[in-house]
Design a protein around this ligand. Sequence first.
Ligand code: BGC
Length: 737
Amino acid sequence: MTDSADLIAGLDLTEQAALGSGASFWTTKAIGPVPSIVLTDGPHGVRRQSGSATDHLGLSGSEPATCFPPAVGLSQTWDAELVERIGRALGDESRALGVHVLLGPGINIKRDPRCGRNFEYYSEDPLLSGVLGAAWVRGVQSRGVGASLKHFAVNNAEHDRMRASSDVDERTLREIYLRAFEHVIRDAAPWTVMCSYNRINGVSAAENTWLLTTVLRDEWGFDGVVVSDWGAVADRVAAVSAGLDLEMPSTGGVSDGEVVKAVQDAKLGADAVARAAARVAHLTEQVTRNGETKASFDVDEHHALAREAAGQAIVLLKNDDGLLPLAPAPLAVIGRFAQEPRYQGGGSSHVNPTRLDVPLDEIRGLAGDHPVSYCAGTDVAAAVTAAEAADAAIVFLGLTAEEESEGYDREHIDLPATQIDLLRAVVEAQPRTVVVLSHGGVIRLDAVADLAPAIVDGALLGQAGGGALADVLFGVVNPSGRLAETVPLRLQDSPAYLNFPSESGHTVYGERMFVGYRWYDARDLPVAFPFGHGLSYTTFGYSDLELTPTTDGVSVRLTVTNTGSRAGREVVQVYAGLPGSAVGRPPRWLAGFASVTLDPGEQRSVEIAVGRADLAHWSPDAGRWVVEAGDYVVSVGASSRDLRLGASVTVDGDEPIRPFTRESTLGELLADPVAAQTILTVLSSASPFGTTDSAFGMNLMRMLESVPIGRMTGFSAGKVTHEQLDELLASINAQRS
Ligand code: BGC
């Protein structure tokens, strides 16, 4: 392999600067020995524009490629192995279509259900997002195609996305919004990271030295290319200085000239430009190493994989009295999405599918010789007549592509009222009614759940979703998908309700780390369907929980048994909590998960490793992750609110020992076994009140707990001097170190 420094060794400043911005909307420049490469969206399919299909906004048509389930669907599989296989298929299609870097995965946290781009993101939980994102990267890059982890970082709304500042405290940043990125960087080493449009605490992501250099490179060890989101760079010189390597798309050379001038004017170091150029050169090396292949990909095989993934992604939200699966019988299918499926989201990720399964056709295919009527549902009387005449009705509800898209947010999470009216009328005529949902963001479901005995949540399933839905409706596939985000009862209950979207250019992340289920659980709020929820046509039993401390955390072992009569997959979820933690924490958080597929009656031992990193919190004072010592409660179950087994395990901590100073409070000193005895002695002699409860109707000790020890000089009327206190603290500190 050629050394990337060698590749740029013969390039002058102008040529090096030129390597740092695009040649066109999707390509980089060929300069000297460095070839041009193609970057394209992503993430759930390859959106390769070529020839006349290329337009200056990159939004017109593209070559046919498999449209796998978008992240909203894919995440509901909770299956990293499957996601990695899809990554490999995407890598193969990229190579076949002449793409060197596929712009994904998008792993931003779903902070608020209204974010227009939630369909492109995995979850409200950073562990689930990180594990699935890493699997995607590994799969794509195994084919010699680069991934581009995006949008780095804290890009959780579309409103004013190119200017607004996400104002977040550091603990929340680290534990929620950067956590999944850190996981993917450390675990799967993506070759590129795409910085987001927004500002973070006032500084644009593209110009954010702390983000792009201190955290990303120095702390996490990222050594690839930081590419800008398309059009994210306002000041290329500031961006290069902060650690950005490649500005996209082309600026027609304008920003290259600005970089050259800044170096000549000594406003930017030549080394920063050379470093960025070397990284771009290295990337071109990585992605062209296997040579160019234009071999076609196996369209049928990839469609089958898309169907498998869609089948695993479908969440059975509700199934009263075992209405599903349906036996072949006369059916009434109602709703436009049955014939014109909603299967992906709008905007830059839009893929031109190789084919499209239509749910109605697929349902007819599995209904045998029985008649399956169809009506769009716009004429309710016709829908009612059809439902009455059938053995069961299947009503397709959901949101259109225009109602949720990249570029803007939703203002509410309701389904159109006409759809609820339609459902009400159909259910009155036909109690055996199944609802099938298509949508990219969370929708309010209380009315639907009150009316319909069975709900199948398809979210967005990609081009093979129609077949997968029919498979689940008829029991060819036993549903096993799980919600990757909470469905609240109403928008007003959601964590960021009062802080979304931005106001005067700022979004206050006031709910801090209480995002998604962390919030609903901490507030003990009822929800429509909890994080991790999803039913099956079989049942599973959990037993024999064993927790064993390991050097790297805790090993969780249990037995899962298929107690029903059908084969099925169970997603086992592990949640951890630390009652009495010294810092604010949610009651529980996801700390691990695994799937197990079992035949009826079969049982299997499942082991899930919970790393210390999954127990830690970020300490802004210490500037690092800290594991608190204590008895962690570990629960396992089928959702965040269906916990079947629990036990506690003692974990050693690594809290920093901070020396006591005059600003340390009495409470802090008393909490320390070494300091407590000495302090109590001093206090009883020096305090005007003694150490016991006073006669003032108050617990004096509790009040004194928040007093910094240095103030005792005043409170003791000089009986304890500052010098005496300093000596005392020094001796306590010496004993503790
Ligand atoms: C989107 C990115 C996308 C890029 C290129 C931007 O508007 O935010 O996700 O990769 O365009 O299409």
